[in-house]
Design a protein around this ligand. Sequence first.
Ligand code: ATP
Ligand code: MG
Length: 409
Amino acid sequence: MTYPPPLMEPVILKRSEHNVSRKNISSAAIKVLYRLKDEGYTAYIAGGGVRDLLLERNPKDFDIATDATPEQIRGIFRNCRLIGRRFRLAHIIYHGEIIETSTFRAPVPEDESLYCDNTFRTGTEGMVMRDNVFGTPEEDARRRDFTINALFYNIADFSIIDYAGGLEDLKKKIIRVIGDPDKRFTEDPVRMIRAARFAGTLGFDIEQTAYDSICRNKDKLASAASSRMYEEVQKLFFCGHATAVFQWLEKTDLLHPMFHDFSHWIDEDKARHDWVIQTFEQMDRWRKAGLNVHPALLFALIFGEYHEFLSQQLIDAGAAPHDAANEAVHRHLQGMCENVRVPKQAIFQVADIMCNQLRFHKNKGKQPQRFLHHKGFLDAFLYFKFSAKVHKRNEDLLAYWTDLRQQKG
Ligand code: ATP
Ligand code: MG
């Protein structure tokens, strides 16, 4: 298969042939679409929004694709900011909602000789570092990652436009790469973990050639930008289907290149694996209950058992418990930053959660009240409660602190 695939006639579903209604689209997105259309531009909802509407799921957000250039968009909307160096796009703000609006993109050129004016620049082994060239709707659709993410909703006639076979794959419940998987995963290795995320979130299968390609190319994840990896890692585990996503990461063996030391450590003992699964189940319960867990607490929970293990090793070697807890977190998360750049502030917060665990054992005198009013108490308590339940340990202490918290009101 070549990439970009040859252009073809799109499949178009008329309004009467699909279930997507304007009622289910945010009014801010509708306003932007109509405004662009009234100015004479093509205006589509693109990507995940269309996919989720067709699946009757609640879209997280609505991205818009248009033939207006970023400057033209800025000329139309007062409440608009242009962002992005890699690809310039517009953020249009309506009543606090940000509608991301981008100009149709051209495909990544096949021929290296096109990489001449600094518009495109390739890094090692065909990775795309920077691009900013506009294209047609077909080209835009085909440079997206998966067929189900390449559908458009056209505000002009309320039709769905499919240039990549996404409608068929939505029916078949398949995550299929657009074009040649080896090539697309090399261009942007982060797409491999996105495949696992969509498969887990939607309950879809990863199409066989894409699956085989992930198994072949997984080590390329090491060359993905660590800041993007951090963004994607958060999406993986905050999506409300973290358990299923984690199972896909294990099945495809993406976990090893993502979290090298941690994943090998899990492999050694089933109990460790169980802790991680229970963490994700807890994450999913919290998401279902509408709770927002911030990244530091997420990382504290996922890696908690591992950090406790590292900390114990340091204690055995003579370190004081507080220093050991702090050192364990910093060593691991800073080391991991080569792959996934965890921000410094989050690392400090994780270390705080772990160091604060020691304070739950000090329930005499004034210490408990002081700790209860400490700003890090709640996160530390959530961790303490979770680990007490998983390990069936510290039950009396948990009851004591739960009471104290309730008394505080
Ligand atoms: P979610 O519901 O989780 O936001 P999404 O499909 O909207 O899922 P985003 O990360 O918000 O995912 O990206 C929006 C769209 O941009 C995708 O649907 C896809 O068409 C395109 N896209 C995003 N990342 C990539 C990528 N790495 N390569 C190609 N296309 C991408
Ligand atoms: Mg999205």
